[in-house]
Design a protein around this ligand. Structure first.
Ligand code: NAG
Ligand code: NAG
Ligand code: NAG
Ligand code: NAG
Length: 458
């Protein structure tokens, strides 16, 4: 045996060892996908304290921000929808009810310090999904999932801010938080997608009008470029003339699925929505590359995986791109041929990354490495779950509407009352000093974000 071939057989033996422990996945077998999803779902709860003594229902807690917990329960609503496995329903319902806040709008006062429009919006998408997936209702005396999504939407419409940048939502809700002066794509993207989903579910066109206005604004200001790249945000103190050009996968996913909902709501008749879907599908290629083992088009977070600087939030972003690709296939079925292979290849890569720690089922961050890369946590676990379960998209019914299977109780005026977030009693009044201070800090934050970015497109 020549030395080089000895070397390669040792290498393949090592690969074999690691693939023994990886999550086994045959993307053409619903049974195999469900088994893999079950293991991935267990990984999501590996560190969850919320159902244990001393834990708070709905919160992973430090180092995970409140929003990521909301996003994770969205993954669990979808887990039930895709697999029918009710194992986590009790924890999931409890979480959605416990974190709703005193005004039923996902603004718990003790999260004010980090509560942005996007954070609130991710919880709203979770309850919106519960309404669409006909997830078991909350108790009768509690507003329905649909009503809660409407409540968040209503609380955000009044934050539309035409004073700078010609409109848009700010990132932060409260003036004292860093980022109040930043108008970002994810906050406006969630608002856009939520509006599109509420329009389709209820048939009420007011939601669609808001969605369209928001979409048009992100394009006018350049957060979405003429050729459908999605950038991170812009400084309102400079009237949004300077765009922060980092591209994150979740922004692309958010606008993609929002456009697909609008496309579906308008019955494919409004060209702008198909153009948006097609344009984003083209630009999305930057989030896919060949894996080490040759699998083509495996998802990766371009702006931070290569430099190893993905922060806690960013390590969960592939979850949302995966989730929203699957939803897009349902809302705009013509995209299936192009999008399903992206999900399937990425799911294969994700499954191969799940060889971490002693159990051999903890999933890693980089799906292109065809092995565990040493990173793990809620973001990695949720991302693996979303991409794996998303490959079941052909097996499930489309999201319901009020006319088609939907039963969730709505309330179009919930969240329209006195407290829409500005005058939260636990929040101190704004002074000019706070504003200037916050603006100054935002600039520092922006410098840090831009300075730390390895990968940007102008
Ligand atoms: C925040 O408030 C909720 C009740 O809304 C409470 O259960 C929880 O313990 C409080 N603390 C944290 C850190 O969430
Ligand atoms: C700020 O930007 C908006 C939108 O582009 C524009 O309509 C407005 O005139 C600008 N305001 C100033 C003061 O430049
Ligand atoms: C439609 O939605 C708007 C905005 O929330 C609301 O004011 C209006 O009452 C709704 N219309 C119906 C018929 O529910
Ligand atoms: C809207 O979604 C439904 C459910 O998936 C699908 O059957 C229908 O073809 C979609 N509409 C268009 C215009 O693609």
């Amino acid at each position: 045996m020549r030395i080089s071939s000895l070397f390669s057989s040792v290498a393949s033996a090592l690969l074999l060892v690691s693939s023994v422990n990886a999550i086994e996945l045959d993307v053409n077998s619903p049974d195999s996908i469900k088994k893999a999803a079950k293991i991935a779902a267990k990984g999501v709860f590996k560190e969850y304290p919320g159902d244990k003594p001393g834990g708070i229902p709905g919160l992973w807690g430090d180092p995970y921000y409140w929003w990521e917990s909301g996003a994770a329960f969205g993954a669990m609503v979808d887990y039930w929808y895709y697999t029918g496995d009710t194992t986590y329903n009790k924890i999931t319902t409890e979480a959605m009810l416990h974190q709703v806040g005193p005004n039923f709008n996902y603004m718990p006062p003790n999260q004010s310090k980090s509560l942005g429009n996007d954070d609130q919006g991710f919880w709203a998408l979770t309850v919106m999904s519960a309404a669409e997936k006909v997830y078991p209702d909350p108790p009768d005396d509690h507003p329905g999932w649909l009503a809660l999504a409407q409540s968040v939407f209503n609380s955000q419409t009044v934050r539309w801010d035409p004073d700078t940048c010609g409109g848009g939502l700010r990132w932060q809700i409260f003036t004292f938080n860093n980022g109040y002066d930043y108008k970002n794509t994810i906050s406006n993207g969630v608002f856009f997608q939520l509006g599109a989903r509420l329009a389709r579910f209820t048939g009420n066109d007011t939601y669609a009008q808001w969605a369209e206005k928001t979409y048009d604004w992100t394009r006018a200001i350049g957060l979405e470029s003429a050729d459908y790249k999605l950038f991170d945000g812009a400084d309102s103190l400079k009237n949004c003339t300077k765009i922060n050009h980092i591209q994150w996968s979740y922004n692309a996913g958010m606008i993609l699925a929002g456009s697909a909902y609008m496309y579906n709501y308008t019955d494919g008749k409004v060209p702008k929505w198909k153009e948006s879907i097609d344009g984003i599908m083209d630009q999305m290629k930057i989030f896919f590359k060949n894996a080490n083992d040759g699998t083509p088009n495996v998802m990766y977070e371009t702006a931070c995986e290569p430099n190893g600087k993905c922060n806690i939030d960013q390590r969960s972003f592939k979850a949302y791109l995966s989730r929203f690709i699957a939803l897009t296939i349902k809302m705009a079925p013509y995209t299936r041929e192009r999008l399903l292979p992206l999900l399937q290849n990425s799911a294969k890569g994700a499954a191969k990354s799940c060889t971490g720690l002693e159990e051999g089922t903890v999933c890693g961050l980089k799906w292109t490495e065809s092995a565990f890369d040493g990173w793990w946590g809620l973001g990695e676990a949720m991302s693996a779950l979303e991409v794996i379960q998303g490959t079941l998209i052909d097996e499930v019914l489309p999201p319901a509407t009020a006319k088609d299977r939907g039963s969730s109780k709505g309330d179009p005026s919930l969240g329209m009352g006195g407290d829409r977030g500005f005058r939260d009693p636990t929040v101190s009044p704004t002074t000019t000093g706070d504003r200037v201070g916050a603006g100054f800090l935002t600039t520092l934050v922006l410098v840090a974000i831009v300075g730390g970015a390895y990968w940007m497109v102008a």
